[in-house]
Design a protein around this ligand. Structure first.
Ligand code: RTP
Ligand code: MG
Length: 140
């Protein structure tokens, strides 16, 4: 597997509880390198654009409100097989189903307030990175 980049978000429930460092440590321990990082506050319009794929789902309103409720930390992660590796260390969407040792098992509060986002494939990784970062902000 080649070196890949993926996009990660430390979500509002986690920044609010001061877990940015603890979550970043888990990502780094999994072999992922943080090659870009910034703390931002999403507008509702930005959250709706980012999660447009879920616009017809019943939780869309709740999800986009939540994502704007506190600052988030957006990151680009780099490493061997980074997309799958990040999904693995995040754990299942629902923390009740997440494996031991994963970020969501350890930190997530609920299926909605689940502490992290990670791109689900190469195309979304590319799109999501480009939505939040310019080339100059990513230093590999
Ligand atoms: P993410 O996109 O945030 O990395 O998470 P994911 O792939 O594991 O989950 P996805 O199905 O893409 O859902 C996106 C986010 O929507 C919230 N959600 N709430 N209330 C619910 O039933 C529900 N289902 C999903 C979660 O914050 C999830 O991460
Ligand atoms: Mg997803």
């Amino acid at each position: 597997m080649a070196v890949q980049r993926t996009f990660s978000i430390i979500k509002p429930d986690a920044t609010k509880r001061n877990l940015t460092g603890a979550i970043t440590a888990k990502l780094e321990e999994a072999g992922l390198r943080v090659v870009a990082s910034k703390r931002i506050r999403l507008t509702l319009e930005q959250a709706q654009t980012f999660y447009a794929v879920h616009k017809d789902r019943p939780f869309f309103g709740e999800l986009t409100e939540y994502m704007t409720s506190e600052p988030i930390v957006v990151q680009v992660l780099e490493g061997e097989d980074a997309i799958a590796k990040n999904r693995e260390v995040m754990g299942a969407t629902n923390p009740a189903e997440a494996a031991e040792g994963t970020i969501r098992k350890e930190f997530a509060l609920s299926i909605g307030e689940n502490s992290v986002h990670g791109s689900d494939g190469p195309d979304t990784a590319k799109e999501e990175i480009a939505y939040f970062f310019s080339g100059l902000e990513i230093v590999g």
